[in-house]
Write a protein that binds this ligand. Sequence first.
Ligand SMILES: *Cc1c(COP(=O)(O)O)cnc(C)c1O
Length: 377
Amino acid sequence: MKDTPEFVSKETWDKVLNYIARSDEETPYLLIDKDVVRDKVSRIGKGIRNSKLFYAVKANPDENVLGYINSLGAGFEIASEGELRILAKFGVEPERIITSNPMKTYKFLQEAVDYGVNMFSYDSIAEVEKMAKYAPGADVYVRIAVPNEGSEWPLSKKFGVEVEEAVGLLKAAKESGLNPIGITFHVGSQCTNVYNWNSALEKAREVYQSAEASGIKLKMVDIGGGYPIKYLKNVAEIETIEEKIDKAVREKFSDDVEIFIEPGRAVIGDAGIFVSTVTGKAVRGDENWLYIDVGVFNGLMESIGGIKYNYVVGSKNDPKLWTIAGPSCDSMDVIDREVELPEPEPGNMILLPSTGAYTISYASEFNGFSIPRTILI
Ligand SMILES: *Cc1c(COP(=O)(O)O)cnc(C)c1O
């Protein structure tokens, strides 16, 4: 494990190996390098004028992670009372919290309003009526549907409306006594197509101008999340993506428009390294199978949707192709296929970089395997 793997800094790798050497923590567990988180929070938004960062809590809602991000002064994007309650423990001011879930449960909406949260997204008339009743006078922003091409985790079809409907919804909000302030979208998570933001911002501009023509002056555009991280491939750097976004923002909107960014994966994803143990191996037909103690149900759920991780072992044997499976007895619990790796032995450690986002937050105790601990280093 001495050699630093691709896309991991030497500083992070040294910290990880040091932690493992000194700790008797049982695997599997997730290490989070605070320095990477701090670097990401300071870089994201720097290249976009008049912008504010709201960390999307669902990417990793671990209490220590949220406490650390809070100490960096970032805002938060939340969708549930569970997420709100963790932030409440740290006394996060309601002005630093937004909710971009366009379909809020009654319970969450009520708790959020009681706490003082005042910024909510929506994309339907039913939600206008709900917010007018439970969050009268709140600042609201409409979610539009935008292209998700090139995103490894597309989401667009679940939420969002087209331009004309969005303008109608902004008017309806105003007529219901709400305060329409802006527009939001999500280009899809792990978005490796930098042009998606441009298409999305062009659509947002249409909504912004039509709204203005109807007497609604908007003051905010929330560009959602989607910034990609490096798993197996190189991706555009934050600065490259933001240069394009900033250019589009300056072309399309007036100078006083505020830009909100809601990164999840890009803040916490490559700060995380899963530490796991090889539990067994077998040859089945012509396939080599490797079983490890973290799998689809206790941390690596995104592998089912096509996210591919890097696996690091200490072995110096000749590489072989492996099917890698998790610890449960379910046939869905296969993480990856045709992974080239030097042959490890049962009991050896196997490390997975770039696993800080959408791992622990998706984990269940299926089949009796505990949810792995998250440890900040
Ligand atoms: C999940 C989510 C995000 C974060 O997306 P990433 O791709 O992880 O950056 C941001 N905004 C909303 C509304 C989300 O649902």
